[in-house]
Every structure is written in C-alpha cells, then in structure tokens.
Design a protein around this ligand. Structure first.
Ligand code: NAD
Ligand code: 0WE
Length: 262
C-alpha cells in the first residue's frame, strides 16, 4: 500500500534499531515515502547512515536540537536536494538521568527542568519555524511522540511528564498556527517500549510487566504499531486530523482499577 508515495519526510531520533523512530521509518518506507534522517552527535553518524541505507535513503544530517545553527543548516542542506518537505517526525526527548529517579519534589532542579523542556518540547516549534518555508502549501504534517506521564503522575517520570505536557500543548498551539497554511500537527502517545531511552531507567522491566498486565490488550505495544499509526497520521488519509494526541498504548489510558477479574 503506497499511501505515502511521493511524500518527502524528515525523521529525527533514530539511535538504534529499537528506536521508535526506526519503527516509524520502516513503516513509512514500506508505505512508499522518501526519507531523510538526522543524528544527534558524531558518534551516531555511521550507525544512522547505515540505517538510512536500509530504507533507501542517502540523506543523513547532523542535528542537535539545542543548537539553532544546526537546525538552520539542516533545512538549508535539505533544500539543496528537496524542493519541498511533506513531514517532520520529532522522536526525541531528554532529561538528566538523575531527575528520572526518585521523588519529583526531591530531585527536580532548575537546570534539569530547563533542559527537559528545551530538548523535549521547545525543539518542536524551533524545527517547525526553520522548516516552514519548505513545508508550506503541501498539506504537510508534523508528528511528535508523547507519553501518558503528560497527564498523570507516575513514579520516576518526573520532570519529563511536565515536558510532555508542554509538548502536547505545543501540538495544539502549533496546529492553530500552521493550520491556515495547510500544515497539520499531531502527537502519538505511545505505551512504554524498551528502547535505549528506556534502558537507563530504574525498574523499567517491572513497569513493562505491570503495564502489560493492566492493559486491555494484555500486552505492550511495539515500534511497528507506533510506526503504522505514524505513517497514517503523516499521510493524506489523516487530512482532517490536527492538534490531536492519538494513543497507541493497547488501551491503557482508557482504564481505571486495572484488571480485577484476571
Ligand atoms: P531512543 O533513545 O531510541 O530515542 C531518543 C532519541 O532522542 C535519540 O535518537 C537521541 O539521539 C535523541 N536526542 C536526545 N537529545 C537530543 C538532542 N539534544 N538533539 C537531537 N536528538 C536528541 O528512545 P525512544 O524511546 O525511541 O524515544 C523517542 C521518543 O519517544 C521520545 O520523545 C520519547 O519520549 C518518546 N516515547 C518513548 C516511549 C518509550 O517507552 N520508549 C513511550 C512514549 C513516548
Ligand atoms: O519519554 C520517555 C523517556 C525519555 C527519556 C529517557 C532518558 C534516559 C536516559 C528522557 N531522558 C532520558 N535521560 C537519560 O539520561 N519514555 C516515555 C520512556 C520512559 O522513561 C521513564 C518511564 C518511561 C515510560 C522514566 C521513568 C518512568 C517511566
């Protein structure tokens, strides 16, 4: 099904084959999209270049989202090869590790708060600003990844929850700002998945087990499932959807009281 054929899409956040961004790239490639990628630091360059090749792409650029110059240069290099851009997939987040372990009120610092919000939320509008001209008038689409911790408190997610709340508000304000020129902005709120970003988190395995047991589908979701929803949201099949947060979490967010009858 080539429902993304002719679409040019930029994906940020591939770090390993387990990355949610990799699941999205695979699904979009399968749907016929032309892809470009970024890497955060030189040590990821060769790895991301290899992944890009496997999805028939030779477009791989550096972009640490804390650096305005790298964001500007990304779109200027992209525009040397592409006359337009149909999608940006923002699949990245960061908070200092020590703020993702312990009582939120004990462990939160001004610096960690600022870092988490800058990398995980501000970067979405920064990318949209610099990519705007390339995307305008093409019914383009921006997509980001969120988590239920934006709305509910849960152990250890801490300042990342605030950053995801900001990110989801960013999606709504950006959809209002970019809607008039035809650009849609959405988020997927994914259930927990074992990726590199999850590997460093204390008791993540326990959380995955608990989550699977308490979810309507009785299992955790996969990067393939997130990828398929992402491909849909960035396609013309989703042309009426903007400002939305779509849950790909096996139904977890819709329940309370867990699974008493099991
Ligand atoms: P991952 O470790 O594979 O990806 C995180 C990416 O963020 C990496 O590619 C890393 O290079 C990038 N990154 C961090 N700081 C950056 C910076 N300053 N500039 C550019 N890139 C930077 O982990 P993942 O789980 O695939 O995370 C992708 C997104 O999915 C994140 O927004 C995360 O919050 C979200 N998410 C993850 C889960 C989960 O359980 N894994 C669930 C819901 C949402
Ligand atoms: O958004 C995330 C994780 C994002 C993340 C992960 C790290 C680990 C390494 C942001 N910053 C860092 N910083 C590091 O130094 N998720 C949705 C996955 C996740 O992380 C958790 C979770 C879940 C789910 C942390 C605590 C509790 C639950």
């Amino acid at each position: 099904m080539n429902f993304l054929s002719g679409k040019k899409i930029l994906i940020l956040g591939v770090a390993s084959k387990l990355s949610i961004a990799s699941g999205i790239a695979a699904a979009m490639h399968k749907a016929g999209a032309e892809l470009a990628f970024t890497y955060q630091s030189e040590k990821l360059k060769d790895r991301v270049t290899g992944f890009a090749e496997s999805w028939d792409s030779n477009k791989v650029y550096p972009c640490d989202v804390t650096d305005d110059k790298q964001i500007s240069e990304l779109f200027s290099k992209l525009s040397d090869h592409w006359d337009g851009l149909d999608g940006i997939v923002h699949c990245l987040a960061f908070a200092p590790a020590h703020e993702l372990n312990g009582n939120y009120v004990d462990v939160t610092t001004r610096e960690g708060f600022i870092t988490a919000h800058e990398i995980s939320s501000y970067s979405l509008v920064a990318l949209a600003q610099k990519g705007r001209d390339l995307m305008a008038g093409r019914n383009g689409s921006l997509l980001t990844l969120s988590y239920l911790g934006a709305l509910r408190s849960l152990p250890n997610y801490n300042v990342m929850g605030l950053a995801k709340a900001s990110l989801e508000a960013n999606v709504r304000y950006m959809s209002a700002g970019l809607g008039p020129e035809g650009t849609r902005v959405n988020a997927i709120s994914a259930g927990p998945i074992k990726t590199l970003a999850a590997a460093g988190i204390k008791s993540f395995r326990k959380m995955l087990e608990h989550n699977a047991k308490q979810t309507p589908l009785r299992r955790n979701v996969t990067i393939e499932e997130v990828g398929n929803a992402a491909a849909f949201l960035c396609s013309d099949l989703a042309s009426g959807i903007t400002g939305e947060v779509l849950y790909v979490d096996g139904g977890f967010n819709t329940t309370a009281m867990g699974t008493l009858n099991d």
